[in-house]
Write a protein that binds this ligand. Structure first.
Ligand SMILES: [Zn+2]
Length: 857
């Protein structure tokens, strides 16, 4: 199916999905409703409950509450555990749950018709996004029992105007990794001594999902299966309130809203106010029980990646709850203050906060729905911000455009297509300047005059707004940079049409011919790497052009894939079918040509056209390796490319015979305990023998300054750093406690830099002469000396316009970022920053793909 025809169909399908719950059942069961203790055979807090057992209890409660509760299975995890929510209403509402859902979408203006503000408000409670913050999935059993219990008069009163949606475990894979480990190592009588191994989770810990992604950094990017499935359901409902239950270090107390500053400028006055209202409800319960807590510290509302901010930018009151405990907590933990923190206490706190949230939703129902409606109405009629239109050039790579528009659809962001050529003023993301830009017919146009304009603004605006610039260095997640696409932000509005003409994926003079001489595929994006990876696995012979050339009137840049009939004759007619089908499904345009002659540049049979050998790839994982960085590589190969990958554990790495492997990837990590001097010599011998070593971030740093490696560090300019710390009095505040977001802080400090590329080198094929990198750590490398290729460097003033960050700006100048060196018959690729960061920085993926598939071939 042609690209844009498919897009139109996807959108229609998206609407269909919206209307149909995935699966639900409500069978009744005999016997009484059991408490968690009666059902499990132990009191809540005596031990952790594995996910399957939790879901059995969920089933028990739902089946004993007919006419008021239903379970909806919305997907499954990578390890095939079910993902479910329970939807709870009063008996009066239950039969009309679908009406409530539609009403919500009508109130938001995402469905035609007038929404009714007297309908129930939707309160969505999410537990256990971080698997080792496992108290959540214990507390939720008590919450579900309360919701079901007809004797709980308070709860039944609140349900009169509230629909509660409970996700008992967002991250079952991580939860079970933690719980199964803990139950295996714990003493029969829990040992509160923090030294005991039941308080020391082994690598990689239970926080992450199967691919070691932090699902609470994925709400906005939706790179993970769990997130995509959840967001699809979330967008069918659009709750008015969303609470996300977490834990922090065991020496902390309890955190509830109001959140800490900074708030994103687009958090509305009402959302700010309700943060305080929720705090008032919570403090009643906590004060009554003399429980310690804190508010307005650490947990802010800024970056859109979290379970509080993402819902906030989708019209909800979003909030985080944090209990002291987490992976170190176990069943009992001896705190520094001499008290013992028990699992039972932790459960009681999250249980109380859950009830307070439902109560607040019920008692402030009228305000909530009035403000919910007004949020979207204002967003549509009077969108915030200087820019009123965002434009993606139709000239972008078709595969990239496709993945971009699919992202918009997943997030209910409406878009259209430009109808005519328009010259106007706007911000050009590529140049980083306000200038005259030319919109072309069929460019993708996203107008701010739509219900989700706040989300659009947060995701697109070139410069994110902070209310307190002292607190944070600024970051950017602007989608055009993340996707690496040509785009503009315009202050004016544009006329659009609903569709653009379909584009053929197979083009060129010989497109209709049975037997073209060759197919040419431009090399621009992740989709093109996927195309190559599939062809290689189907044993199709593929070459790439090292030099630019012109064929049949079209210019081709270095990196262009050349798939000739010669060499693939054995496949017969299947050859053409396969290339065409793979191009269509990967999202790559291929051009069929009749001749191997190039009008300019090298012919298709030139010695500068290189055969791509199918590489046998291995990656290192285990203690010493940064789990999330490894997970990004793992996910890239398995889920994004569908390419085989062998994972080698650090504990036996030195005994592996490396001769089988062509490529070895060292993700970010600390390798000093992984590679002894002798092991490093063996590694070098493998490279000299023709191996290709790809070292990312900390791995590159590990190799730096070592014998035979050309990467060298500069002496650090520590004066600038100290000065900067003095100038920022809140720096220390940000490190307080075991803040769940310390990691996020690093990301927030990540900044977009313009890296100057030598795109005549295979490592930078497919890029213009710059690349927008999300640099998260100061890089401090000299340019590679003789024998090395400085493929990507940051020169002076490479900070992208408007992206502040004084500390990084001082440090990051004239530094090597990415490049290669030869060593014997092999090569070393240094990737100083991480082009696969959280899998959302689409613009970096080609760089990594080049390193794996093209460099050294
Ligand atoms: Zn957490």
């Amino acid at each position: 199916m042609p690209l844009l025809g498919r897009l139109a169909r996807c959108r229609a399908l998206g609407l269909l999905v919206l209307l149909l719950p995935l699966c639900s059942h409500a069978q009744t069961a005999a016997g009484p409703l059991l408490t968690p203790a009666q059902f499990l055979g132990y009191k809540l807090g005596a031990q952790f409950t594995p996910n399957a057992e939790l879901l059995r209890y969920v089933d028990h409660v739902v089946s004993h509450t007919p006419g008021r509760m239903r379970m909806v299975r919305y997907g499954s995890t990578y390890e095939h555990r079910p993902l479910e929510v329970v939807q709870i209403a009063s008996a009066e509402t239950f039969g009309r749950l679908e009406d409530v859902r539609h009403n919500n979408l009508k109130l938001a203006g995402l469905e035609a018709g007038a929404g009714q503000r007297q309908e129930p408000a939707v309160c969505w409670l999410s537990y256990n996004v971080h698997g080792n913050e496992a108290v959540s999935s214990e507390a939720v059993m008590q919450v579900l029992y309360d919701l079901a219990n007809p004797q709980d008069q308070q709860m039944q009163d609140w349900l009169k105007n509230t629909v509660v949606i409970v996700d008992p475990c967002i991250n079952p894979d991580g939860h079970d990794r933690y719980v199964n480990w803990y139950n295996r190592v714990r003493n029969q009588s829990p040992n509160a001594e923090p030294d005991s191994w039941e308080h020391r989770e082994p690598w990689p810990g239970g926080r992450y999902n199967h691919y070691y992604f932090d699902l609470n950094r994925d709400w906005a990017w939706q790179t993970q299966q769990e997130t995509r499935q959840r967001i699809a359901l979330y967008n069918q409902w659009l709750p008015a309130v969303h609470a996300d239950f977490h834990e922090m270090g065991p020496n902390n107390t309890y955190y509830f809203s109001p959140a800490a500053k900074p708030y994103h400028a687009d958090i509305t006055p009402w959302q700010r106010k309700f943060q305080g209202i929720l705090g008032d409800y919570n403090k009643v319960a906590f004060d009554k029980n003399n429980w310690l807590y804190f508010t307005r510290e650490i947990y802010d509302l800024y970056a859109p990646t979290y379970g509080d901010t993402w819902p906030s930018f989708n019209g909800a009151i979003g909030m985080t709850y944090e209990q002291g405990g987490g992976g170190a907590g176990g069943v009992a933990y001896a705190r520094l203050d001499g008290d013992t923190l028990t699992l039972a206490q932790r459960i009681a706190h999250h249980h109380a906060a859950s009830r307070a949230t439902i109560q607040a939703t019920a008692e402030r129902h009228d305000d909530l729905l009035r403000e919910f409606q007004s949020y979207f109405a204002t967003a549509k009629a009077k969108p915030q911000g200087y820019y009123k239109t965002y434009v993606l050039s139709a000239g972008n790579d078709p595969g990239q455009l496709r993945s971009f528009t699919q992202y918009l659809e997943r997030n209910q962001i409406q878009y259209g297509f430009a109808t005519k050529r328009t010259k106007t003023k706007g911000f050009n993301y590529t140049t980083g300047k306000a200038e005259t830009v030319q919109v072309e017919p069929h460019d993708v146009v996203i107008s701010m005059y739509q219900p989700k304009s706040t989300l659009v603004k947060v995701l697109f605006e070139p410069k994110s707004q902070l209310e307190d610039s002292l607190t944070y260095d600024i970051t950017s997640w602007a989608l055009p940079y993340a996707f690496g696409v040509k785009a503009y932000a315009l202050p004016g509005r544009l006329e659009t049409a609903g569709n653009a003409p379909a584009q053929a994926m197979v083009r060129g003079s010989a497109a209709a011919a049975d037997r073209p001489y060759a197919y040419l595929a431009r090399w621009n994006s992740l989709q093109d790497i996927r195309f190559l990876s599939r062809l290689l696995q189907q044993k199709v012979k593929v070459r790439y052009a090292e030099k630019a050339f012109e064929s049949e009137g079209q210019q081709y840049a270095p990196g262009t894939l050349i798939i000739t009939r010669t060499g693939n004759e054995a496949m017969g007619a299947k050859f053409d079918q396969l290339v065409r089908a793979q191009a269509d499904s990967a999202g790559t345009v291929v051009t069929a040509v009749k001749s191997g002659f190039s009008t300019t540049g090298r012919d298709l049979g030139s010695g500068t056209v290189h055969f791509v050998k199918q590489p046998n790839v291995a990656v290192v994982a285990g203690p010493g390796v940064d789990a999330t960085a490894f997970g990004e590589v793992w996910h890239f190969f398995e889920q994004q490319l569908g390419y085989p990958l062998t994972v080698l554990g650090t504990d036996y790495l030195s005994r592996v015979s490396m001769q089988k492997y062509d490529v070895l990837i060292l993700p970010n990590g600390n390798y000093s305990d992984v590679y002894s001097d002798k092991a490093l010599e063996n590694l070098k011998a493998w490279v000299r023998d023709g191996g290709k070593l790809i070292a990312l971030e900390g791995a590159a740093k590990f190799l730096a300054n070592k014998k035979d490696f050309l990467l060298k560090t500069k002496a650090a300019d520590s004066v600038a750093i100290k000065k900067d710390e003095k100038a920022n009095p809140y720096k220390a505040l940000r490190r307080y406690g075991d803040a769940d977001r310390e990691e996020a802080e690093d990301a927030v400090q990540g900044s977009v830099y313009r890296v100057q590329l030598d795109n005549s080198h295979p490592l930078a094929f497919g890029y213009p002469d710059t690349y927008f990198a999300l640099v998260r750590n100061p890089l401090n490398y000299r340019f590679l000396g003789k024998g090395g290729w400085n493929v990507g460097v940051i020169k002076k003033n490479s900070y992208s316009a408007g992206f502040a960050g004084t500390k990084a700006r001082k440090e990051l100048t004239d530094t090597f970022v990415v490049g290669t060196q030869e060593l014997g018959r092999g090569s070393v690729v240094y990737l100083g920053d991480n082009p696969l960061f959280r899998a959302f920085w689409q613009g970096g993926k080609l760089l990594f793909g080049n390193a794996v598939f093209l460099v050294g071939q």
